[in-house]
Design a protein around this ligand. Structure first.
Ligand code: PTJ
Length: 251
């Protein structure tokens, strides 16, 4: 039992969710390590959505609304932390959901499929009973992608993605949106739009931004996407971390 007054309440609750997801077979072992790395960066950014994370969310929402064929890629950590929110976002955008695992096993795919089904997802791609296409440049099970999903998508949201896959998807001309607390990761640098924030805040923010921008003119949405500079935004994230811990700015 964690008391609500505990200064690390939110963070400890997330740890509990992560351990529970591991015990249920949703999370890979290294998913716990990945979470720990994310937690360290979250501590550095102040465990709040920064203004540059919000700016990236606006650009991501605009790109997803403009997409002809948007796909949301789900791994173990995403299914563990935000299954319901992923389904809401996919419904709002009419985007497909595809399971893509770095540490792929049939058992984990079907466990995650059940989690998403229980959250209300209707048509889940990336399972083991459908046609797959291999992504060039990748080896092993992580190379597989659904022929109706990521493979033909124009815009892909891939939270907590590994660097090789991110690079391979960008080479296939996808507009790649990621959520990664580490602004220095290869994925963060490779993506077209990186939201440097915890997925538990970023996805609800994205849902809100999609609602806000849904009736905005396409020309304005294009402008928002074109005005977004990922490298500048990542530099801003790093600057914020540094300033926060040298005491120059308020959080
Ligand atoms: O479920 P699988 O088999 O697909 O495996 C998923 C993991 C995450 C284990 C796999 O993709 C992996 O090893 O990823 P990496 O290379 O460790 O990258 C994960 C990134 O996500 C790191 O940069 C972390 O800082 C970041 N991260 C971790 N937790 C969060 C996060 N970013 C946002 N929100 C989080 N909660």
């Amino acid at each position: 039992m964690i008391h609500k007054d505990h200064p690390r309440y939110e963070s400890l609750k997330l740890r509990e969710k992560i351990v529970d997801a591991y015990n249920r077979g949703i999370l890979a072992e290294s998913g716990m390590i990945a979470h720990g790395r994310g937690e360290a960066f979250d501590y550095l950014i102040g465990e709040k959505s920064t203004s540059n994370a919000k700016k990236a969310v606006q650009a991501a929402a605009a790109a997803l609304i403009l997409a002809k064929n948007p796909v949301i890629s789900v791994n173990g950590n995403t299914a563990a932390l935000v299954p319901n929110e992923i389904v809401i976002l996919s419904d709002d955008l009419n985007a497909k959901i595809e399971i893509n695992l770095f540490h792929r096993t049939m058992r984990r795919v079907s466990t995650i499929e059940k989690v998403l089904n229980d959250a209300g997802a209707k048509n889940i791609l990336g399972t083991d009973h459908e046609a797959k296409t291999l992504i060039p440049g990748l080896e092993g099970p992580r190379a597989s992608s659904s022929r109706e999903g990521v493979y033909i998508a124009d815009v892909v949201l891939v939270p907590l993605e590994d660097g090789d896959r991110a690079e391979a998807l960008v080479k296939l001309d996808k507009l790649l949106i990621t959520i990664d607390l580490n602004p220095l990761s290869r994925t963060a640098k490779t993506a077209t739009i990186t939201i440097v924030d915890n997925i538990v805040r970023a996805i609800p923010n994205l849902i809100e931004a999609v609602h806000e921008l849904n009736n905005v003119e396409y020309s304005t949405l294009h402008q928002i996407v074109n005005d977004f500079n990922n490298q500048e935004n990542l530099n801003e994230s790093l600057k914020k971390i540094s300033e926060k811990h040298t005491g120059r700015v308020k959080p």
